[in-house]
Design a protein around this ligand. Structure first.
Ligand code: SF4
Ligand code: SF4
Length: 283
């Protein structure tokens, strides 16, 4: 089976235990203002143009009249002729077997570190058949499997994958439905219902909350309470600006340009008060 992937990152250490390979599937049902993978959101192939690398040679415009207009069909003729690496297409169709052959290259590292494979996105549960096939193949090879999800999908998508998943990394971005809609473009009732249903399956779940000053930081205590009532564990993920440059490459403005990432001291203090872990990436 073929699905749409936009990246495969080897040697990941933030997407589950040990050293992992993270496979990023394209397409998401949310539009979080702080998303650091904006190229993950659309299910379609997209052109990314890095203006700072462009020397204005005009080769791309010779092969495509839409080289500098948006949106385009992302056929990629301009990418082939650009010698400066100023253009790339994000999103490719790939078979589950091909993805897994990449994953298996680092099997030795998984073994020594207790790692494995993680499906992320975007929202991997929007391609449940493809996700399931990758996970089945990985399980058949004895790998530990994790799925990172924002939970905004019908619960049937979870049920289809349950036998193949060792760990879910489940994002909770807030409790108040209106704030959630302002921050992500969707209400959160399905996400919260699915969180409860997933906990009832007995699967291992780590809840993760992106902690974004001025947007959802005030909701951290409520999220911690919700997770505690479910009997789950919570990790706060400090907002960072790593993906900011990708918005410009996609021809979009960065929605959070005025936001300062929280300091490690703030994260340590908030997480300590809430009995949560935290992750701070340093930017
Ligand atoms: S081919 Fe590359 S360097 Fe030349 S104008 Fe196009 S984007 Fe710029
Ligand atoms: S759920 Fe994740 S991938 Fe989707 S928009 Fe939000 S941050 Fe981005």
């Amino acid at each position: 089976m073929t699905g749409t992937v936009f990246d495969v990152q080897r040697f990941s250490i933030h997407d589950g235990p040990g050293i992992r390979t993270t496979v990023f599937l394209k397409g998401c049902s949310l539009r979080c203002l702080w998303c650091h993978n904006p190229e993950s959101q659309s299910p379609r192939r997209e052109l990314m143009f890095y203006k700072d690398k462009c020397v204005g040679c005009g080769e791309c415009a010779r092969v495509c009249e839409k080289a500098f207009s948006r949106p385009c069909e992302a056929r990629g003729a301009c990418v082939k002729v650009c010698r400066r690496g100023a253009r790339e297409i994000t999103g490719r169709d790939e078979t589950a077997e091909s993805v897994v052959s990449t994953v298996l290259r680092d099997r030795a590292y998984y073994k020594t570190s207790g790692g494995g494979v993680t499906l992320s996105g975007g929202e991997p549960l929007l391609q449940p058949d493809f996700a399931r096939e990758i996970l089945e193949l990985c399980k058949a090879e004895g790998l530990h499997t994790a799925v990172e999800t924002a939970g905004n999908v019908p619960f049937a998508a979870f049920e289809a994958l349950l036998p193949e998943v060792d760990l879910f990394l489940y994002d909770i971005k807030g409790i108040d439905p209106e704030t959630h809609e302002r921050n992500t473009g969707a209400r959160n009732s399905l996400i919260l219902e699915n969180a409860e249903a997933l906990m009832r399956t007995g699967k291992e779940v780590l809840f993760r909350m992106p902690y974004v000053p001025g947007y959802n930081d005030g909701e951290a205590p409520e999220v911690a309470r919700f997770v505690k009532e479910l009997g789950g564990k919570l990790e706060l993920m400090a907002y960072h600006r790593v993906g900011a440059g990708k918005y410009a490459a996609l021809g979009r403005g960065y929605p959070l340009s005025g936001v300062t990432p929280p300091s490690p001291d703030e994260m340590r203090s908030v997480a300590g008060r809430l009995g949560a872990k935290y992750e701070w990436s340093g930017v």
